[in-house]
Design a protein around this ligand. Sequence first.
Ligand SMILES: Nc1ncnc2c1ncn2[C@@H]1O[C@H](COP(=O)(O)OP(=O)(O)OP(=O)(O)O)[C@@H](O)[C@H]1O
Ligand SMILES: [Mg+2]
Length: 747
Amino acid sequence: MALDYLSLLNPSQAAAVLQIEGPCMIIAGAGSGKTRVLTYRIANLLEKGVDPFNILALTFTNKAAKEMRARVEKVVGPAARNLWMGTFHSVFAKILRSEADKIGYPRSFTIYDTQDSKTLIGQIVKELELDDKLYKPSLVLGRISAAKNKLISVNQYLHDPAIKADDEAALRPKIGVLYQQYQQRCFKAGAMDFDDLLFNTNVLFKEHTDILNKYQNMFRFVMVDEYQDTNYSQYLITRKLAAKERNICVVGDDAQSIYAFRGADITNILNFEKDYPELQVFKLEQNYRSTKNIVWAANSVIKNNQAQLRKDVYSENEDGTLIEVIKAASDNEEGKLVANSIFEDKMNGHLSYDNFAILYRTNAQSRAMEEALRKLNIKYKIVGGLSFYQRKEIKDLVAYLRLTVNQNDEQALRRVINYPKRGIGDTTISKLITTADEANHTLWEVVAHADQFMPARVSNPVVGFAEKIKSYMVVAGKEDAFEAAKFIAKNSGMLEELYADKSIEGLSRYENIQELLNGIKEYVDDPEREDKSLAAFLQDIALVTDSDLKDAAQEGEAVTLMTIHSAKGLEFRNVYIVGMEENLFPSQMMITSRADLEEERRLFYVAITRAEKKLTLSYATSRYQWGNLRSCEKSRFLDEIDPQYVNFKFAAGPGEASPFQHVFERRSNLIPTAPRKVQATKYVAPADFTPSDTSKLQAGQRVEHAKFGFGVVSALETQQGTTKATILFEEVGEKVLLLSFAKLRVH
Ligand SMILES: Nc1ncnc2c1ncn2[C@@H]1O[C@H](COP(=O)(O)OP(=O)(O)OP(=O)(O)O)[C@@H](O)[C@H]1O
Ligand SMILES: [Mg+2]
């Protein structure tokens, strides 16, 4: 039975589905049915008698591939199972499984995951006797990965003067050598990492035209979803595969390109027309997902970007409610207000919790949200990330804290005895454990007296560790939970270890530790709290770490929490975007240039356009940072939304009762709190504030900042050409600023 495409699709969508031959590009706004067009296009090809083995459809995530296959199967039946459909990595790994021998690898090659790669790099760094703090495995792997995504081979890397200058400026001249050694070792071990899967596919196609030919004949129809996020290596693969039949169809939205930091190159879209002059371009402008207000708001934001293809997205759906903006006094209050709003909307609208999503810029922001949802007994699931207290770095620091309070906590002891690394090897640890078992002592007793039964060379680091823990016990006996935890985070070496890791993951681990300390500070600052000790705090979070999580992880309807990056392509009835503050979103680390700011704005655009019916944005006017309450400014992005689509809603004061107030109080003892008092900054910048040249700035110098006032530089650190200054300000305390934007006046 032939499908009636015109009843399922609008005329432009149907035209894109029915144009089978030749190159085609669908550049369309969010929610305009791009993925739907790809799905029906495949169905149409199958209906026209094309063999499913001749169709290659590439998606960005496994989840998207699975969903697309299911949708096609619904339309055409089991033939959908024979489609070549998947992520770039999964499809080309499959091809390399039958061809790897042509480029010298065994067909049974191993695939190294990121952890394997980092371990190998760590070993090589050690063998070459390089400084492992400077050559952090994740950082080195990041450089190697970026090179591979641009198809820069070891040889090119070693001989390119610009790359050499870059690495030398970052004081890491040996990256090229590490890349070389790493590649040789992988090759010898018959292993490929994720980037090699694409890099080697390119090598294979370049060196073996007969093989390229074979796949060109096989994949008569090539399709790519989310094309705006492909990198150079992926771009070249698709271009080569389509070179013969030229039946390539890509769909994407330049306004949603959000992976530049992983090498995605928006010029791939812009250049597509040059590669295929006979190209047919389809524009889809009608958004089927969202209300008019949401679409208009999204348009008003993205038009601030200069680098974009012009298109006007519109909606024929209802106007819908205005976009709500919630202002909260602190991050915890933001969590409460968001949780309350979800509860209220669910009750009023008879909705399911599946209809709600909370999106944030960084994973660390989930803590305040998780706590507030738990207090109202609202089930939630975290997509593409772990619950805050399940994260490795949080478990590590919590293990130190537990050990400080209870030295017999053997799990905690084993977790941190050699983390950060202090030269206590697995053999030593086994010896300590068997000694404890044999002598019927606790592991701690044996550790604390290791010098009595081990040679000094082996026992010194063990005893040193025990001494550290003993000193933490003293601090915890005198100070409150926050002071103790801060001391332990620093003294254990954990903070330093995480700070040195400049990868995206490293950065987020460091932020998470900061977030845990913020949580502890709020705990001790609570005026109602009598016992502020570390032991009391741990007891409190023990309730959070085990039993609650099992409930939260249960199947069934739940609010979805995730970063905006993982929300790509998805849709929810009601969406909350939280943490709409300067330095958080746009992220401070990401805005060193206009291009970076535009990428952050595209990310905001992606977030807005996930919502179908209702969008709520929230921000807090203060947040704890390193235990200090800092005032925050609302995000510039909030001001970019045309105000006619926005309803500013402020934090409920003590007098304004919500119709559900009694429910909140019963369920959570949630007492409306007065906004926390933030110490006002007295400093006022002079009208003629002109920044000085800071290229020769040194620690110890007195400086002036237009917002933070006077301070003294306590440290300077340059990495990859970026200098960070740690400054102790008189009024606002310590801040770490990027020198290139700090606009300091040197005194
Ligand atoms: N012609 C149509 N009639 C009815 N519903 C449609 C139509 N086109 C798209 N939709 C619906 O609109 C929503 C958005 O479609 P889809 O996810 O394909 O958009 P998209 O362009 O891929 O979005 P994104 O940019 O977020 O990836 C889906 O729920 C889809 O089923
Ligand atoms: Mg899509």
